[in-house]
Design a protein around this ligand. Structure first.
Ligand code: MLT
Length: 218
């Protein structure tokens, strides 16, 4: 395990995985840090490498991955810039730590899910798949990307006070329109993660890592 802040200005942790396994790009929610989702990543795939950056924006001392103007109202220019920075960080980290850039799966919660969704829309080549817990529509790109069957898990809550049901459905529709293979999972609860999310995402992860291995072998 190592913590660095040198190459791409992200404080982060990288934990190597078993050879041939994916690398999970762990993206925390507002106020979290690079340690928050290590347990979730390990629970989703205990063989996977874990790459966990800390968001570089501070909102009243709380780390985030991009600026917002108000709750749920994003600074689009900042989001676009930070999405590219994060994608560049992942590419640099693959070279630096020697993991396969074709096997990176984003696992994001809330603000982290939003920048992961933005990366799918703006820098899709960075990711082989994404698990998005409680995401919103981060932006609507001028030209939709070609996500060509890229597996996406969306875990949403029917009583989420931050993300309306319609918005989660809009994100699923946007990603499906771009060609992604979206698995939509609904919990009855709110914004917090539940055991139900974990069980559903674990099943999706097991199927997804087989599909990625088959695609890489082709
Ligand atoms: C965001 O700002 O990305 C969303 O409102 C989720 C959050 O509260 O972080």
């Amino acid at each position: 395990m190592s913590t660095h802040d040198a190459s791409a200005q992200y404080i982060h942790q990288f934990i190597p995985g078993v050879a041939g396994s994916p690398t999970l790009l762990l993206l925390h929610g507002t106020g979290g840090d690079e340690t928050d989702l290590l347990g979730l990543g390990h629970a989703l795939d205990s063989d996977a490498a874990l790459l966990s950056p800390r968001g570089t924006v501070l909102e009243q001392g709380m780390p985030r991955f991009f600026r917002r103007l108000a709750a749920g109202v994003f600074d689009r220019a900042d989001l676009i810039r930070r999405t590219h920075e994060l994608a560049d960080f992942v590419a640099d980290a693959a070279a630096r730590y020697g993991f396969d850039p074709r096997r990176v799966i984003a696992v994001g919660f809330s603000n982290g899910a939003n920048i992961a969704a933005s990366m799918l829309l703006l820098r899709p080549e960075t990711l082989a798949a994404a698990a998005l817990f409680r995401p919103m529509v981060p932006l609507t790109p001028e030209t939709p990307p070609d996500l060509a069957h890229l597996p996406v898990f969306i875990g949403s809550g029917r009583q989420d006070p931050i993300v309306p049901v319609d918005e989660a459905e809009q994100l699923a529709a946007l990603l499906r329109h771009a060609g992604a293979a979206v698995t939509m999972h609904w919990e009855t609860g709110g914004h917090g993660l539940t055991q139900g999310d974990l069980d559903a995402a674990r099943k999706w992860m097991a199927e997804t890592r087989l599909a990625i291995s088959a695609a890489v072998a082709r």
